[in-house]
Design a protein around this ligand. Structure first.
Ligand SMILES: Cc1cc2nc3c(=O)[nH]c(=O)nc-3n(C[C@H](O)[C@H](O)[C@H](O)COP(=O)(O)OP(=O)(O)OC[C@H]3O[C@@H](n4cnc5c(N)ncnc54)[C@H](O)[C@@H]3O)c2cc1C
Length: 385
């Protein structure tokens, strides 16, 4: 089999890695000129940890863990009003790992010895009985047995084969923005979190960072204007060091800005074209499970493909569907806890966080909070291929 993967993100690189292990010829086309390793930190949990282990890369991923220790909640004057262990805050347990997305990408890329076409993309494709004829943006044409869309929430392959994004995208009424700050903000493997009604700002510095990274998450149903302008409007008159961060974001080279959205589709394949990761079933940053879904999806798709092309995509969907549904369901509930709607809720949350270490049933309370994530992260029996 000769397979084209569109997109060198977590899903695309992980799929390339698995297919190479099975001896399949793989080409990865990535629109960016180099690996898009811009980074926020992401969690790998449950079944996805097992996928990394089976792929022989878990130890390498552990070497680049963020090793963030604590999350401090700050008030408008920057005073630390409550502190929580970063693992508890992130709902991680056991072997779960937190890693900067770019570091994970580099580990996967180093493990996947395949042909890369950077700075190019699938311009058009024609699916036929004997293969998929692909015309690239560069003008080149080639025929592949299978084309995989691993090109993210705004997947072009999905657009070409299944139709407009609006049919599948469910916006959760919020936007997220991230950039790398040149200042370390006095942090050493720590995270600061500042909440106001409808808007949350988060600054963290991982083990490998020179500066720090800032993340803005805010309620805003619509895209309106350029990212920097929208940020400035959304965080107008905010407290703490938010105005300074918003001003720096406007000058940042790596400003990331997008709506918080799910992708929901009835089918993830059509003919010889199939989708994986965010392109098929984005769960949004609010779920904290997008990376894990991409890793597990790539593992299952690769495994089913090498069992034989006939019926492979149906088997992939059958095995993945409930896992996807369970993880997408986390997003909306999590979002309510990440962006609080009133001052009273922020006050209450801060009080609870201060009390938590002193509560007699502390571990049980934490277990109850993290239980839905744990259940979703392990809601699949991984086949052995
Ligand atoms: C702020 C934020 C925080 C997050 N936190 C977490 C977290 O804590 N835990 C978690 O599990 N997940 C998290 N995620 C989500 C996670 O990063 C993604 O869900 C996951 O990486 C899935 O990746 P993917 O490979 O499907 O898509 P992407 O990572 O989006 O990769 C798609 C790739 O395709 C390329 N591409 C796009 N269009 C084309 C084209 N036309 N042709 C060729 N290439 C193209 C892109 O350049 C990119 O390299 C977070 C996301 C954000 C934004």
């Amino acid at each position: 089999m000769d397979i084209l993967i569109s997109g060198a993100g977590v899903a695309g690189l992980s799929l390339a890695h698995w297919l190479r292990r099975y001896g399949v010829d793989v080409t990865v086309v990535e629109r960016a000129d180099a690996l898009r390793d811009g980074g926020y930190k992401v969690d790998v949990r449950g079944a996805a940890v097992e996928v990394l282990r089976r792929g022989g890369v878990l130890e390498r991923v552990r070497e680049v863990e963020t090793r963030v220790r604590d999350v401090h909640f700050v008030d408008a004057r920057g005073r630390r009003v409550a502190t929580m262990s970063a693992d508890v805050f992130g709902g991680r347990e056991g072997e779960d790992v937190e890693v900067v997305r770019g570091d994970l990408l580099r580990v996967l890329r180093d493990a996947a010895d395949v042909e890369y076409l950077f700075g190019d993309w699938v311009e058009d494709l024609e699916d036929g009985d004997s293969g998929v004829r692909v015309r690239f943006g560069s003008g080149a044409e080639r025929v592949f047995d299978v084309v995989v869309g691993a090109d993210g929430v705004h997947s072009r392959v999905r657009g070409l084969v299944f139709g407009e994004e609006e049919r599948f995208r469910h916006d959760l009424g919020h936007h997220v923005s991230i950039f790398t700050s040149s200042s370390a903000h006095g942090l050493d493997r720590e995270e600061l979190l500042y909440a106001e009604p409808g808007r949350t700002t988060n600054v963290y510095r991982t083990a490998g960072d020179d500066g720090a990274r800032a993340l803005f998450l805010f309620r805003s149903p619509e895209h309106a204007g350029r990212p920097a302008e929208q940020l400035a409007r959304a965080f107008d008159n905010a407290g703490w060091k938010v105005p300074e961060l918003v001003a720096e974001a406007a000058r940042a080279q790596d400003l990331y800005f997008d709506s918080v959205s799910l992708i929901r589709m009835d089918r993830w394949s059509s003919g010889r074209v199939v989708l994986v990761g965010d392109a098929a079933y984005a769960a949004s940053p609010a779920s904290g499970q997008g990376t894990s879904l991409a890793l597990v999806g790539a593992y299952v798709l690769a495994g089913e493909l090498v069992e034989g092309l006939e019926g492979a995509f149906e088997r992939y969907e059958t095995r993945m569907r409930d896992f996807v549904t369970a993880n997408q369901a986390l997003a909306e509930a999590n979002l309510k806890g990440m962006v609080l709607s009133s001052k009273a809720k922020i006050w209450f949350q801060t009080r609870m966080l201060r009390l938590l270490p002193h509560l007699p049933g502390r571990d049980r309370v934490i277990e109850r909070i993290t239980e839905p994530i744990r259940r979703a992260a392990t809601a699949i029996d991984l086949p052995q291929y």
